[in-house]
Write a protein that binds this ligand. Structure first.
Ligand code: ADP
Length: 266
C-alpha cells in the first residue's frame, strides 16, 4: 500500500462528538474529505444539522446529524447505535465534545463548576469511548481519538481553569489505559492535545475584538508565548485527525499528540 493510500478512509464510518463547531467540525470535514461517512453529534441539534448538510454537500459523503449530550449514558449509547444503524458500522470515533471553564482561584472555585466541567469533558469522553469500544471489539478493528489539551499535560497559564485541567489530565490517563486494554482487540486509542485554537471555547472572552484591554493583553501574551507566533485554527487539527483515524498510524496507540505551535517545547 502506498503511503498516501494508507491515509484514505473510504468505506470507513466515523463519529465525531461536538462536531457542530470548532475542532469537531474540522475533524468531521477532514475525515469526510478522506472518504469516510460521518455522524456529526452535538447537543446543539441545529449546529449538527447545519454541519452535516454542509459537509455532505462539500464532500459527497453520507453525513448524518445526531443530537446527544455525551455526559448522559443513554445519549452516548444511543448515538453509537444510531450511527451503526444508519451508516452500517463504526470504525473511527472522535470523543471531542467539550465545554470551557470559568477560571478562578481554587479558594473561589465552585463545586457546581467542577461538576459541570468534569461531566462533559471527562465523563463524556469515558461514555463515548465505552460505547464505541463495545461496537469495535466485536469487529476487532477501530480507532478512538480523544480530544485532550495541553492542559492535560501542563498547568494552566494563569486563568485558573481548575475543572478543565483536571478533566483533560483525566482524558490523558484514560487514553493510555484504554490503549493498553484494547490493543489486543485491534483497537487503537490516542489523544490530541491542542493548545490555543480559535474556536468559541478556545478564545471565548479573549476574542481580539473584545474591547477589554486586560483580556486583549492575555490574547496577545498567548500569541507571543507560542513559538509559531499565532493562535491555532481548527484546520490545524485536520491532518493529525486523518492520520490517527487511518491505517497510516497503524502502529500508534496510547500516545498524546500535541498540536500546539510549539507551546510545550518552551
Ligand atoms: P472547541 O472546538 O474548541 O471544543 P467549540 O465550542 O467550538 O469549541 O465546540 C465544542 C462543541 O461541542 C460545540 O458544538 C458544543 O455544542 C459541543 N458540546 C459541548 N458539550 C457537549 C455535550 N455535553 N454533548 C454534546 N456536544 C457538546
Amino acid at each position: 500500500m502506498s503511503v498516501m493510500d494508507a491515509f484514505r478512509l473510504n468505506d470507513r464510518v466515523a463519529l465525531v462528538t461536538g462536531g457542530g463547531s470548532g475542532i469537531g467540525l474540522a475533524f468531521a470535514r477532514a475525515v469526510a474529505e478522506a472518504g469516510a461517512d460521518v455522524a456529526v453529534v452535538d447537543w446543539n441539534e441545529e449546529a449538527a444539522r447545519k454541519a452535516a448538510e454542509q459537509l455532505a454537500g462539500e464532500t459527497g459523503r453520507k453525513v448524518i446529524a445526531l443530537r446527544a449530550d455525551v455526559s448522559k449514558e443513554e445519549d452516548a449509547d444511543r448515538m453509537v447505535q444510531e450511527t451503526v444503524r444508519q451508516l452500517g458500522g463504526l470504525d473511527v470515533c472522535f470523543a471531542n465534545a467539550g465545554i470551557g471553564d470559568e477560571g478562578a482561584l481554587v479558594t473561589e472555585y465552585s463545586k457546581e463548576d467542577w461538576d459541570r466541567v468534569i461531566a462533559v469533558n471527562l465523563t463524556g469522553v469515558f461514555l463515548t469511548d465505552r460505547a464505541a469500544a463495545r461496537v469495535m471489539v466485536e469487529r476487532k478493528r477501530g480507532s478512538i481519538i480523544n480530544t485532550a489539551s495541553i492542559y492535560g499535560l501542563v498547568g494552566d497559564f494563569g486563568m485558573g481553569a481548575i475543572g478543565y485541567t483536571a478533566a483533560k489530565g483525566g482524558v490523558v490517563q484514560l487514553t493510555r489505559t484504554l490503549a493498553v486494554q484494547l490493543a489486543p482487540m485491534g483497537i487503537r486509542v490516542n489523544a490530541i492535545a491542542p493548545a490555543f485554537i480559535r474556536t468559541n471555547l478556545g478564545e471565548g472572552k479573549l476574542r481580539e475584538d473584545v474591547p477589554d484591554p486586560e483580556l486583549r493583553k492575555v490574547h496577545e501574551e498567548i500569541t507571543r508565548r507560542t513559538p509559531i507566533g499565532r493562535w491555532g485554527r481548527p484546520e490545524d487539527l485536520a491532518g493529525i485527525g486523518v492520520f490517527l483515524a487511518s491505517d497510516a498510524s497503524a502502529f500508534c496507540t496510547g500516545y498524546i499528540y500535541a498540536v500546539d505551535g510549539g507551546w510545550l517545547a518552551v
